[in-house]
Ligand binder design. Structure first.
Ligand SMILES: [Zn+2]
Length: 217
């Protein structure tokens, strides 16, 4: 048996019992022997889908923000504008707080999460350790509560409601692309960034047979 190293150790979040990670079969979940709390899930499958997922999310994000999403009256002229244009219109209409909320929830947080994930996943696909790995994982975990899908949808909803007096939502490319983005983001956010450690430490984790049944349920 190799020496247990620190990155393979996993602590129970509920009772602090320490375990050494073992590989799980698809769909398996490790639980604490002492208190029955959830430790971690098998995520090799999710991990392999992660980079394509993040790439898809980025493309959908670009499409959503390139095509006009609302049509509004600006100084008597009917114009179609993107989400960013809508944020600026809210700001111009003295709804600065709403504009900031919409900008943060629909643009800033999803984009920074996607970029941080790309930053980690692209070198990792070539089995390389990206510089600043720790701080990026911590960054992702800290922005998570704000990058959540519910918050994103509230942001879109607030935009629609607040703009409803002066704008109409266009049922076009941007709107459908936003709908698809919600689904892809939900799948991406279901992945715990802490699991990335595991794949960096054991690049061949996918090929390791399922571990001891003691730590699994
Ligand atoms: Zn426990």
């Amino acid at each position: 048996m190799p020496e247990p190293d620190l990155h393979r150790l996993v602590a129970c979040e509920y009772c602090d019992a320490l375990y050494e990670r073992t590989s799980l079969a698809p769909g398996e979940r490790a639980t604490c022997l002492r208190c029955g709390g959830a430790l971690y899930r098998e995520s090799a499958h999710a991990y392999r889908r992660l980079l394509p997922l993040v790439t898809t999310a980025l493309i959908l994000f670009l499409i959503s923000n390139t095509y006009p999403i609302v049509e509004m009256d600006l100084k008597g002229v009917r114009t179609q504008t993107t989400l960013w244009g809508a944020v600026q219109a809210l700001q111009a209409d003295h709804m600065t707080l709403v504009a900031m909320l919409v900008f943060a929830t629909t643009i800033l947080f999803p984009l920074s999460e996607m970029l941080m994930m790309c930053y980690l996943l692209v070198p990792m696909a070539r089995k390389r350790m990206p510089p600043g790995f720790d701080s990026i994982v911590r960054g992702i975990r800290q922005t998570r509560p704000w990058g959540m899908i519910e918050v994103f949808m509230i942001g879109v909803l607030v935009t629609v409601v607040k703009l409803s007096s002066m704008a109409q939502v266009l049922p076009g490319v941007a709107l459908w692309s936003f709908g698809a983005l919600v689904v892809v983001l939900a799948a991406m956010l279901s992945f715990d960034p802490r699991d990335l450690w595991h794949y960096l430490e054991t690049p061949d984790a996918d090929d390791v047979p399922p571990g001891s049944p003691d730590a699994t349920s």
